[in-house]
Design a protein around this ligand. Structure first.
Ligand code: 13P
Length: 266
């Protein structure tokens, strides 16, 4: 059985001091068995938090990195620079795709670069509201996924994490009430799309091993419903990861929720 993974994407929040202080509080909590927990602060806080987290169970991820190893790329950090600091790196987050215009091609290079550096890419895929309204979800997820992992071997694909993050369900970090949230059926359907594509291209065993997370207004009120889907192995909350009162209950829910197969309409 795949273990559970809860990763808090802090996005562009917290000063370095605040980030380090919050990471310290989280690192002091006992992590329940069967759950891996990580935080993903902005790049400036990574190095100090990495030092703080040594010898603790809390994992660290980066929000972004470029695919070239080094060179004249002002403002970027590279995957080799993250080596020894971050275990995970987000790639293809919808905010990177839509605000910073990252293409499927760039994302494919970043996924491959992360793997080359021994960092686990968390490949984020998801459709926009317009794509959903036009029933293009399956095609969009397939395109983003298949293109994102195209340069990897099957052994490498088995070790990555894929996060289904529908663009229309992502909060502004302050409120989950202003927009729709995906249903567990949406999450299960997406996980089925992800695994069936991987199965077709890399085999069933690889498809079974890949971890699939749900992200998009995940919070303690809906965490259990998502974690009950047997295709969903964890959560990638944004807004709800910014404080202990909303983040840690999701870790506890992950430890106690037993997944069951839910049937969804194709
Ligand atoms: P919210 O949980 O704030 O909707 O953010 C989700 C997300 O984008 C995580 O990467």
């Amino acid at each position: 059985m795949r273990s559970k993974l809860i990763l808090g994407n802090w996005k562009m929040h917290f000063t370095v001091k605040q980030a380090v202080s919050f990471a310290g509080k989280l690192a002091a909590k006992p992590i329940p068995e069967g759950v891996t927990v990580g935080v993903i602060p902005h790049a400036l806080a990574l190095s100090e938090i990495a030092t703080l987290l040594q010898k603790t169970g809390l994992k660290l991820g980066a929000q972004n990195a470029y695919f070239q190893d080094e060179g004249a790329f002002t403002g970027e950090i590279s995957m080799p620079m993250l080596r020894g600091i971050a275990k995970y790196v987000l790639v293809g987050h919808s905010e990177r795709r839509h605000i910073f215009h990252e293409s499927n091609e760039l994302i494919r290079h970043k996924v491959a670069a992360a793997v080359r550096s021994g960092i686990i890419p968390v490949l984020c895929i998801g459709e926009t509201l317009v794509e959903r309204q036009h029933y293009h979800t399956k095609q969009v997820l397939t395109d983003q996924l298949v293109s994102g992992i195209a340069d990897l071997t099957s052994e490498e694909v088995a070790k990555i994490v894929v996060a289904y993050e529908p663009d229309w369900a992502i909060s502004d970090g302050k409120s989950f009430a202003k927009h729709d949230v995906a249903t567990p059926e949406d999450a299960q359907k997406s996980s089925d799309i992800i695994r069936s594509n991987i199965s077709e291209l890399y085999g069933q065993e690889v498809a079974k091993k890949v971890k699939v997370l749900y992200g998009g207004s995940a919070n303690p009120d809906n965490a259990a419903a998502f974690l009950k889907c047997d295709g969903i192995d964890g959560l990638l909350p944004g807004g709800a990861s910014l404080n202990m009162a909303t983040f840690w209950p999701m870790v506890e829910i992950a430890a106690t929720t037993v997944p069951t197969k839910i049937n969804v309409k194709k």
